[in-house]
Design a protein around this ligand. Structure first.
Ligand code: IMP
Length: 428
């Protein structure tokens, strides 16, 4: 059966872009199913670095047709910019290779302003969103008054709808003491971008189903991660979509019978941007060591926001939860090379609250913020891993670290990454 779903197992930024790029080499269709340009997928191809926010990483593989499914939210201006940047870098982006679902929703300037207003009203309790208007766009979708991508096909009607939407949103903005948006200015810029995107619009669900019936291989490229899922993450410190496995079926419109592989991606340690609980979080020198200096794209600074990521040890309780929620058939472990140089590594294997062990994740996010992790200590390694290309060449303690994670999760791990380049994936 021909569909693979790729899902982040942590709080996003697991390195899904590079794993998607690898899996895309064997895929006919690569489809984003949730989220918008809050995502940031960095892919290294030789000396070129591509930072993709909306367009699937599969665009960098000539064979793949790429889709943005109905579950995504699209900022047309940023989408056009991304298309133009890719074209300038020599990547072919045309309606034969890139399709946008008419049922996807549009992110407007008013959504972005509402996101900012809501975050500033929350003050210290803010979610720490990417300020890309994601939450307000999905709010309008579920409130049944959003703008859909299909409306971009008729420029005049789209301009009218955008104007009405902006004037309504302005009432909300003014109520929140925020600056209203100029409805004319936003309409001009958006209508221009919409006209450029019109040729890319189609019924992506019908397209995927017809390709699946022909035997094509489809890769569903997740964005964000399980713990940012609106249902399964640590609410309210989550995004507003479903990055988990079910979101792929809803967000693309095809059935479970086609799925034969669910690939979880986790970093060899943990990171998080934005607010919310992070039981295995480190501070001081250890956190700085995992984060890097910010001099390389590979360092732990957000691709979309540039914010330094919070860093900590691997949390197996959370990964076990992610494995259950998504039904992972395998796990890919990224950034193993970053762990070189530690005498010992810690793996979070249990949670305690007030000295008492609990089973699995706590029932509430408030309790999740109170847990103390119980760690297992395993030997580290000092050899740099960047030039390792075979499993046998990994230090034995690195192999033991991977095997311990695999055993505790009862999940095969046969791929790890040891650097950002395409050839820095090591297979068992
Ligand atoms: P939003 O998706 O911009 O509304 O942000 C909600 C939460 O999800 C915040 O904690 C963000 O930092 C986080 N988030 C959203 N997209 C990503 C991502 O691609 N990587 C990591 N965190 C993300």
């Amino acid at each position: 059966m021909p569909a693979t779903i790729l899902v982040g197992a942590q709080w996003g930024d697991e390195g899904k872009g590079r794993v998607a790029d690898w899996l895309a080499s064997d895929s006919d269709v690569v489809a984003r199913y949730a989220g918008g340009d809050n995502a940031g997928h960095t892919v290294y191809v030789g000396s070129q670095v591509f930072k993709l926010h909306l367009i699937p990483s599969g665009i960098l593989r000539e064979r793949a047709v790429c889709l943005l499914g109905n579950g995504t939210v699209i900022n047309p201006v940023n989408m056009v910019r991304e298309i133009e940047e890719l074209r300038a870098a020599g990547v072919a982006v045309d309606p034969q290779r890139l399709m946008i679902s008419t049922r996807a929703h549009i992110i407007t300037p008013a959504h972005i302003a509402l996101d900012k207003a809501s975050e500033s009203a929350l003050g210290a309790g803010k979610i720490g969103t990417t300020l890309r208007g994601i939450g307000p766009a999905y709010t309008d979708k579920t409130n049944r008054n959003g703008l859909r991508a299909g409306q971009m096909a008729d420029s005049e009607a789209f301009a009218d709808a955008l104007y009405k939407h902006t004037t309504t949103a302005n009432q909300r903005l003014m109520r929140d003491n925020a600056e209203p948006i100029d409805p004319h200015q936003s309409a001009v810029e958006y209508v221009e971008a919409a006209a450029k995107l019109k040729p890319f619009l189609c019924d992506t669900s019908a397209y995927i189903n017809s390709r699946l019936k022909e035997g094509a291989r489809v890769l569903c490229e997740g964005a964000q991660g399980t713990m940012l899922d609106i249902d399964h993450g640590d609410y309210p410190f989550v995004t507003s979509s479903s990055p988990t496995v079910g979101g792929a079926l809803t967000g693309l419109g095809f059935g479970a019978k086609w799925v034969d592989r669910v690939v979880g991606v986790a970093k060899a340690f943990s990171t998080r941007v934005g607010s919310g609980p992070f039981p295995t979080e480190l501070d001081g020198a250890l956190a700085d060591r995992l984060r890097g200096t910010g001099e390389n794209f590979w360092d732990e600074f957000g691709t979309t926001t540039g914010r330094p990521r919070r860093c900590g040890w691997l949390d197996l309780i959370m990964l076990k939860y992610a494995a259950d929620v998504n039904g992972f058939t395998e796990l890919v472990l990224t950034k193993l090379d970053v762990l070189s140089g530690f005498d010992e590594l810690l793996i979070g294997v249990g949670y305690q609250i007030d000295g008492t062990m609990i089973h699995g994740l706590p029932l509430t996010t408030a309790e999740q913020a109170r847990v103390t992790p119980v760690y297992e200590r395993v030997p580290g390694w000092h050899e740099p891993l960047g030039s390792v290309r075979t499993w046998a060449a990994l230090p034995h303690t690195a192999r033991a670290y991977i095997d311990r994670i695999s055993d505790l999760l009862e999940l095969p791990i046969h791929t790890v990454s040891v650097g950002p380049e395409r050839d820095q994936l090591v297979q068992r």
